[in-house]
Design a protein around this ligand. Structure first.
Ligand code: ATP
Ligand code: MG
Length: 447
């Protein structure tokens, strides 16, 4: 049993959890009565206690697609606990017994610092675990990797069946579809499922499914993971990774040091898509998703022309984030995505759409004539003195009226604003997302 220290600031639901420390000599289960009070150093000391022969400086946990996430600080621990509590709640709501929180110590070979925090750990090997005998780390890790890889394979072969999805709350409604949070019982994971009604022929359905094939190949930390898509009657359901921070359109006025890290991820995500010869075509704040681990991922890019066309037939209007050349119906390319990056980041910094004469009420589709000012007028510039010169330069360059004057893809990564924040510091975004979610919860609680 881990006895908790009371000297930290985490605020989470107080509910006992079981942490399973995966060590080369088996699993060590420890029950933590008040996870909200757990801190990184105490947990690390507990791990070192059960692995005295190794220098453990960090540990990892696995996310829903089996990727390992490293924890090195209190904030990363907080993000892990928040992720785990969500998963545990999902499992409970679906009548399942929650799995323990599995952590994987990252160990070197030299002796480590001993337990200076006086934690006590139940070193009884978990009798129910497959790893209860001495299993070399590499073998244990391999089998785990294999099972998550297997799960990924099953999911990405389109084997999510409609009946295995338990729909939960509605996350939002856009131009064309409704997005639900859902639980995939077989995969034991939370999904975001976008359901789009489409009255089209079976031939077109097949064409859309084959156009979506490319999504199985997308593999980037800056692009939402695609699991499966299927038609049921006249509706297509597109199943993707769920992002617990939601989309950026609801955050607004994001401080520059956070926005900088977000911009790095967005530019990397787009660069990846462009390298696959995919134009995003719908870059805007509601298609930039964040999570409490500080990850930023792009979604809703137009890989299926048929899907985009079929939706466009039902929903009339023009997207306010489109580049002028798109609004006026000219040919467009990568530079149109770059414009949308500029206008999106200006909005996220200002907390309002950069053209004050355009009132976006719901969604981003507007009558074409209202967007004519984007074609006719000089692009907006950020108000003097509110943001750094690098930020001002970044957005104004992306929003140059003439496409060729905007930064080319390979220049975007080299822009001073991007270079400044390309430090891999996900903690900044993670802390900010966690804080905003807490504030939102508190506000809801007061209603
Ligand atoms: P558009 O249809 O033009 O993309 P939109 O982005 O506003 O417009 P949707 O894509 O339908 O609308 O998404 C609706 C909302 O659902 C988003 O604003 C976002 O808050 C939420 N959402 C979408 N995908 C996810 C996801 N993978 N994880 C969490 N929330 C999501
Ligand atoms: Mg969207």
């Amino acid at each position: 049993m881990i006895i908790l220290s009371l000297n930290n600031h985490f605020v989470m639901d107080a509910e006992a959890i079981v942490i399973r420390i995966k060590t080369p000599s088996g699993d060590m289960d420890s029950s933590v009565d008040f996870p909200s009070l757990l801190n990184f150093n105490d947990l690390l000391a507990a791990i070192r206690d059960v692995m005295p022969e190794a220098t453990v400086t960090a540990f990892e946990y696995e996310d829903e697609v089996g990727d390992r996430i490293t924890v090195r600080s209190d904030d990363e621990l907080k993000a892990m606990l928040s992720y785990y509590c969500n998963t545990m709640n999902e499992q409970r709501m679906n009548g399942l017994l929650p799995d323990p929180l599995q952590i994987f110590p990252r160990a070197g070979k030299t002796p480590g610092i001993r337990n200076i925090h006086g934690l006590k750990v139940n070193t009884r090997t978990n009798p129910n675990s497959d790893c209860s005998h001495t299993v070399p780390d590499s073998i244990a890790n391999n089998s785990l990797k294999k099972s998550s890889a297997e799960l990924k394979r099953i999911l990405t072969n389109g084997q999510i069946n409609a009946q295995d999805i338990h729909y939960q709350e509605q996350l939002g409604h856009g131009n064309g579809g409704t997005v639900y949070k859902a639980y995939h019982v077989l995969g034991k994971r939370v999904l975001a499922v976008k359901v789009i009604p489409l009255d089209i022929t079976v031939e077109l359905q097949k064409q859309i499914m084959s156009e979506l094939e490319i999504l199985y190949k997308c593999d980037s930390p800056y692009i939402i993971t695609f699991f499966s898509a299927f038609f049921v009657e006249n509706r297509i359901s597109i199943c993707t990774e769920f992002m617990d921070g939601g989309s950026l359109d609801v955050y607004k006025r994001i401080p520059e040091h956070v926005l900088g890290r977000i911009a790095v991820a967005v530019v990397k995500g787009l660069t990846y898509l462009w390298s696959l010869k995919i134009l995003h075509r719908d870059v805007k704040p509601s298609n930039m998703l964040v999570n409490t681990r500080g990850q930023v991922k792009l979604c809703d890019f137009g890989v299926s022309t048929q899907l985009v066309n079929s939706i466009a037939k039902t929903y009339v209007g023009t997207n306010a984030y489109m580049a002028p050349e798109r609004i006026s119906g000219e040919q467009y390319g990568i530079h149109a995505d770059v414009w949308s990056v500029g206008i999106s980041f200006m909005e996220l910094a200002l907390g309002m759409f950069p053209y004050p004469q355009i009132q976006k009420n719901q969604g981003s589709l507007m009558p074409l004539q209202l967007l004519q000012c984007i074609v006719d007028e000089d692009p907006p510039v950020p108000p003097v003195g509110q943001f750094s010169e690098k930020f001002d330069h970044f957005v104004t360059q992306c929003m140059r009226r003439h496409p060729k004057e905007r930064p080319a893809p390979n220049n975007l990564m080299d822009h001073a604003f991007i270079v400044q924040y390309n430090d891999g510091n996900a903690e900044v975004v993670s802390m900010w997302v966690c804080r905003c979610l807490e504030e939102r919860r508190a506000q809801l609680g007061h209603v």
